[in-house]
Each structure stands twice: as structure tokens, then as C-alpha cells.
Design a protein around this ligand. Structure first.
Ligand code: GLN
Length: 458
């Protein structure tokens, strides 16, 4: 079978192609001369699979998209606290190249406008590092993300550097405010070099997928940045990544994104997919019109809005009531009066707080109400893909309370998602942990017993 996804991406491009408004960035002459017919899109899944369409081999400079990753590098090199002391996390509501600082703290509003990005750049390696050291550090880190050696487009760099008055103005403002301590012209030169690193849409989608995969590279399996840094970057991208269009972007498109004046947009939907789109013509805010349209289409067609409520929590708990037929094994006759009721609670999927709360509520409801006299409580984690920390804590507490109530608790946990013994070492009481349903039945009813379910099969 041929996957429909590349065909779908091609149709997305064809819908965006007729958009002819806007103009390429005028203030960097190489970008001003860009071929405006160019158009590309790529998706990188968090398991490393990449789809792309259009001019997917075309290289362009990252421009402001580099800011997102250099922020992560600054956090690694200087520490989150030092970075937050110098750079805020609030949307500025202003153009990206505005000479602006927050009133109370004198910090740039966020790391994704130029003032914050130049500051983040100055924190890479060490405050006294040279432009060359910082550039090398950034190129190496970005190359690891892209899984290939990236290069600076010297022509783009020269074009921006020869007329960098506004960014120089920002650099001197930062120096005067005590935010950067190095030579402002050097910080700006390094920042412009970082903006001139060339990538393709496939590179960008893959780089975004690392952020979506909480900092672990989907292909190499290497941890590129701590999960906290990936979350920090995605958060500021969500609130500040599209400059003064960020609020509308989050409400309409709904995934974290960062745009650059070369015409690219990098998007990221945590846990799912990294996205990149490219076409050079920009709106007045500096966002590519066709790339915006591509992201809007992808979000609407594929349900990529971060704020879409997932239905997962609703279907996580399944409750079954089973009867253990007492005395039924190969030899003994059945004694109906001795049949015992067992409550089986199965938990499905990747369970987080909401799923564990549903289990807790179901346990409380069933065991204080209609099935109060159940002789055993079976918790089945056979179809549980994972428990996050909070879900595990809640369920451990549920089990402790069931044991305190003198309940017979059996957990079917073949892949050890509960990690009972790792977490409950000091406890006096433990549930019986088994791997299969028949082991659970044998434990409750005696070897060879049978169970009939009053609800669905067990
Ligand atoms: N929005 C952008 O992509 C801006 C990056 C560009 N290098 C600048 O500083 O002006």
C-alpha cells in the first residue's frame, strides 16, 4: 500500500500555492532576492519517521527559528536560573526587532524577540567566550538535532551584518541596561551568524521532533537536552513564537511554533509531531503567509490543536464484576452458596492524573456501594501502556488504602507499569502481583477454579 500522507501533504501545498500576497524580507538583500515560488512542507513523527513534499531539499537560513534552540543551549550552558534572571517569558506584543525591555526588571520580554535572543546568544559557552567559540557550539548542537552537519550561509550573514544598525542598537541597549556583559557588537555578530545557519524543511521538522519527544532524539535515541528544557522552549514558543501574532496563532492553529524571516515556520505538537513549512513571502509581522496557511490546514485537517481535549481519560477504566465459582475444579461439585464476587478494574492506555482519578472514583463507588462484599479486588494493568508519576502515586495510595481496609488485592501487572516493589519497599503490606488472569483466579478461588463474569468476560 502507498501511504496517503505524502499525497495529502502535496494537496496542502497546492492549496497554499495560489496565495500571492506578501513580500520576502526586504532588509536582508539576499532574502529580498529569494525565489518566491518556492514552497515546502515536512512532518517528523516522534519515532523518527519523516514525510515531506515540495522543495524539501532546498536550503534556507533559519533566521529567528535558531532562537528557540539557542535558548535551550543557553539554559544548558548558564543554567535556567541565570537565563531567567536575564530574559523574561512574556509575549511582548511588539515587533520582533523592537528596542524594548520590561519596565520593572529591565529584561527583554522573552528569548524569541531579538533583544532576548541576543541576550541568550551571549550566555552560550560563557560570558567571555568569542564569537567563534559560540558559533561552533551552536553549529554543533544544531547539527546533532538535524543529524547532519549544518553550515552558515556566508552570503546571508554578510548581507545582514553589513547593515545591522537595528540589532546593534538593541545590543547597546542591552549593554547599557546591564543585561549583557560582553562586547555588544560581538554579541550581535554572533547572533547574526546563528541566524544564517542553513537548513531544509526536513531538518527543521526533525529538530522540532526532538522538542516534541521531550529532548530525546527520535533517531539516535540520544538525550539532546533535559526534558525540562524542551518543555521550557515549547512553552515560550507557544506564547511568543509568532511575535505579536502569537495569541491569535495559539487560538487558531494551536501548536507551538517559531517563524523566521526567510519564510520558514517550525511547529511542534508535544508527544506527536514536529512540523516545518517554507515559502518566502511574509506578512507585515514577518511570518510567511503560505507557511501560516500550511500550518492552519495541517492543524484543522489533522486535529493538531494543543487545546483539543482528548477523549482518552473517558475510556481508561473498565469495570467488570466476576463470580468465582467456588469449589469448581476438576473433581469437586459446585456449591453455589459459596460463590464469591470479585471486582475487576482494568486500566487502559497511557494513564495520567485524570485516568488514575477515574480509577480511584470507581473503586470508591463500587466498593462502598453495590459491591461492598466483594471478596477480592483485581486491578488489571494488562492493557496499561504507561503510568506517569502522579498516576502511579495515586494508584499506590489506592492500593494501600484497600489493604488497610483488609481487602484482598491482586494486581495483574505483566510489564510492571505499577513498579510496586521499587516504590513501596518499606511497606508492611503488599498486594499479590501476578502476570495473568488465570494466576489471579487461582489465587482468589484456589487452583483450577473457574470464574464467570456477570458483566463482560474475564
Ligand atoms: N524574525 C527573524 O527571523 C529575524 C531574524 C533576523 N536575523 C533579524 O535579526 O532581524
Amino acid at each position: 500500500m502507498k501511504s496517503p500522507i505524502p499525497d495529502y501533504l502535496q494537496s496542502v501545498l497546492e492549496k497554499a500555492r495560489p496565495i500571492e500576497e506578501g513580500a520576502p524580507a526586504g532588509y536582508i538583500d539576499v532574502l529580498a532576492r529569494a525565489d518566491t515560488s518556492r514552497l515546502a512542507v515536512a512532518l517528523a513523527m516522534v519515532d523518527g519517521n519523516i514525510y515531506s513534499a515540495g522543495d524539501d531539499e532546498l536550503e534556507f537560513s533559519m533566521q529567528s527559528i535558531s532562537k528557540a534552540f539557542v535558548y535551550a543551549i543557553a539554559i544548558e550552558d548558564a543554567g535556567l536560573k541565570a537565563v531567567l534572571d536575564k530574559i523574561g517569558m512574556e509575549p511582548s506584543g511588539d515587533a520582533f526587532n523592537r528596542l524594548s525591555l520590561q519596565k520593572d526588571s529591565n529584561r527583554p520580554f522573552n528569548p524569541l524577540i531579538n533583544a532576548g535572543a541576543i541576550t541568550a546568544h551571549s550566555l552560550v559557552v560563557a560570558p567571555d567566550a568569542t564569537v567563534e567559540q559560540r558559533t561552533e557550539r551552536i553549529l554543533n548542537a544544531l547539527s546533532r538535532l538535524a543529524e547532519r552537519e549544518l553550515h552558515i550561509d556566508e552570503e546571508v550573514f554578510e548581507a545582514e551584518w553589513k547593515d545591522a544598525n537595528r540589532n546593534m542598537g538593541i545590543g547597546y541597549m542591552l549593554k547599557a541596561a546591564g543585561i549583557i556583559t560582553c562586547n555588544p557588537a560581538e554579541a550581535v555578530r554572533g547572533y547574526i551568524r546563528q541566524c544564517s545557519i542553513n537548513v531544509t524543511v526536513k531538518d527543521l521538522a526533525m529538530m522540532a521532533s526532538v522538542l516534541c519527544n521531550s529532548g530525546v532524539h527520535p533517531i539516535s535515541g540520544e538525550r539532546i537536552m533535559p526534558a525540562e528544557s524542551a518543555r521550557q522552549v515549547l512553552s515560550v514558543m507557544a506564547t511568543c513564537g509568532m511575535y505579536d501574532g502569537s495569541g491569535e496563532w495559539l487560538a487558531t492553529v494551536g501548536f507551538s511554533a517559531k517563524s523566521g524571516v526567510s519564510g520558514a515556520i517550525m511547529g511542534a505538537l508535544p508527544g506527536q509531531v514536529g512540523i516545518a513549512a517554507f515559502s518566502p513571502k511574509l506578512d507585515e509581522r514577518g511570518n510567511s503567509l503560505r507557511s501560516v496557511d500550511i500550518c492552519k490546514q495541517l492543524s484543522a485537517d489533522m486535529g493538531l490543536h494543543l487545546m483539543n481535549s482528548s477523549q482518552v481519560a473517558l475510556s481508561t477504566v473498565q469495570i467488570k464484576v466476576a463470580k468465582i465459582l467456588a469449589g469448581v475444579n476438576n473433581t469437586e461439585p459446585h456449591h453455589p452458596n459459596c460463590d464469591r464476587e470479585v471486582m475487576v478494574f482494568s486500566l487502559r492506555g497511557a494513564v495520567r492524573f485524570a485516568g488514575s482519578e477515574r480509577l480511584t472514583r470507581a473503586l470508591e463507588r463500587e466498593l462502598t456501594g453495590p459491591h461492598m462484599d466483594a471478596c477480592a479486588v483485581v486491578l488489571s494493568f494488562r492493557e496499561t501502556y504507561s503510568l506517569n508519576d502522579i498516576a502511579r502515586r495515586v494508584i499506590h495510595e489506592d492500593i494501600k488504602r484497600l489493604l488497610e481496609d483488609s481487602r484482598n488485592v491482586v494486581a495483574i501487572d505483566p510489564s510492571d507499569v505499577l513498579q510496586w516493589h521499587a516504590y513501596a519497599k518499606g511497606d508492611r503490606e503488599h498486594p499479590v502481583i501476578v502476570e495473568t488472569e488465570s494466576q489471579a483466579r487461582d489465587h482468589i478461588g484456589g487452583a483450577g477454579c473457574r470464574a464467570v463474569t456477570l458483566s463482560e468476560g474475564w
